[in-house]
Design a protein around this ligand. Sequence first.
Ligand code: GTP
Ligand code: SPV
Ligand code: MN
Length: 586
Amino acid sequence: MPTNNPYVLKFIKEATDLLNPDNVVWIDGSKAQLKSLADDAVADGELIELNAEKLPGCYYYRTALNDVARVEDRTFICTPTKDEAGPTNNWLAPDEMYARLKALYNGAMKGRTMYIVPFIMGVKGSSFSKVGIEVTDSRYVVLNMNIMTRIGDQALEQLGEESDDFTKCWHSVAELNADERYITHFPQDNTIMSINSGYGGNVLLGKKCLALRIASYLGKTEGWLAEHMLILGLQNPKGDIKYIAAAFPSACGKTNLAMLIPPKILQDYKVWTVGDDIAWIRPGSDGRLWAVNPENGFFGVAPFTSTKTNPNALESTKRDTIFTNVLFNPEDNTVWWEGADGEPPANAIDWRGNEWHPDSSTPGAHPNSRFTAPAKNCPCISPEFENPAGVPLSAIVFGGRRAKTAPLVYEAFDWNHGVFIGSSMASETTAAAAGAVGVVRRDPFAMLPFCGYNMGEYFAHWLETGKKVANPPKIFHVNWFKKDDNGKFLWPGFGDNLRVLNWIVSRTNNEVEADASAIGLLPKADDINIDGLDITDGQMAELLKVDSSLWLEDLKGIREFMSRFGEHLPLEIAKQMDELESRLNK
Ligand code: GTP
Ligand code: SPV
Ligand code: MN
């Protein structure tokens, strides 16, 4: 037993009694232990070890066919009352859900080994950090948690022998039965229970389950924010660095923006990656907001990651990486995906495990196939990545996939207007969650699937946070995905997004003026540098256009969405809707 902490031992006894595993293994986090675990998984055919020269320390994994993305309809927030979970979460009374889950967990690990994975979200010793302990019967989970978090004895040391301040994380792949799959959260009990999945966000419980759903609840009670945001440092040619956090829904460009490489014409700028998916944000004593990335790796979308789109992400995957549901090339034990560098392999095995050839009619890699790569592999990882105090934010950016309504970029009039912009975000759905792709839905703060309490109260918490800081970051909204009438993207995106980030930073420095519009402050035509881009003035005008009739239509959707919160909707949000409407009608 590596700890005498009575709360930990009680949790482990409870888990062992219910799950009834044949063996129990504490994960200490040592290289030797993890290597032997990976070797066992390879011997059992659970993992494939990849080419030791081209991809040293890398493994290939395929999930069950029915288990390839987060399952929002099977995800629950089990607060004492339904009202506390709010209208955007699935809810069941805690007693009822515990009873249901305990029946499913009963004996689920018979004949298997239970691994105990203590982990820290954040760096050891930081006041931002939180400890979790995950029990799991999946070696894939253990190996991924080792990349995504800081696991083993260091987490037990951080917790100490007397504290009960840790999240109890239950996971079993059980029978991988999709009909009995549950991703459940009990915020008041600091407990997560996941069963019948072996995929990413459903089972790496430090990530969306702890670092967003449980942490957002903790943030509300403790006075901080847990957000679905990347964090980057933008360095100008003089060497000054400004930090920006940005919330985009799943598969809408966070990893890409966080690792941006400047276009040739702006080569004297540099982007440093602090995080690509999650930010924990606290008011600092200096009146600014400070942010850390609680993760230790990237669980990134593989398709269309290439030397052209995101060389830094690609470089991060060259060693010690686990690839999930991509295409496997048995000829040289490497992997490939749609949009990767080079030609597709002639004779390969697709994510389903079937033979695949370049003329096959189905994709070789699942659209939500992913890599799990250590943050320290990233060539542009920020020197502040492990700073326990985090980085000070100059700007917060919201964004999503909107073919029409939203312009390339605009700025909020003030903090409260910015909170309204975040609360009324919308985006087309992607393959990151099971269900239809390309349907526009409201996704406030990119947190719709990740908020662990009533989202109306969450909006209120954001409004309150603004009052607590004397120098809050400025708030912006971007849209890289605006399309012309032929359905083509108007904006080149990727590295060229730096041109928009530069405008954002120049606004936070009060270096340029902006034009007031009904929806917010727009850039003046010449203040976004488009030198070297194949964009006409007409296209730029289209990118920055605000079409009042489209916005009035959108506002109807916003009102309908907000009405679901009833008395939990802050008055300020209602006021913002009225003000937007009257500005649009002017
Ligand atoms: P999650 O890990 O699911 O939270 O996703 P993410 O927000 O990190 O998205 P990611 O950066 O992995 O990008 C998802 C998809 O969007 C990829 O297919 C990218 O190629 C595409 N993408 C990213 N940035 C841009 C952009 O600026 N323009 C266009 N057109 N596509 C982009
Ligand atoms: C997302 O869907 O936003 C992800 C991947 O980052 S997962 O970990 O599966 O949630
Ligand atoms: Mn994400």
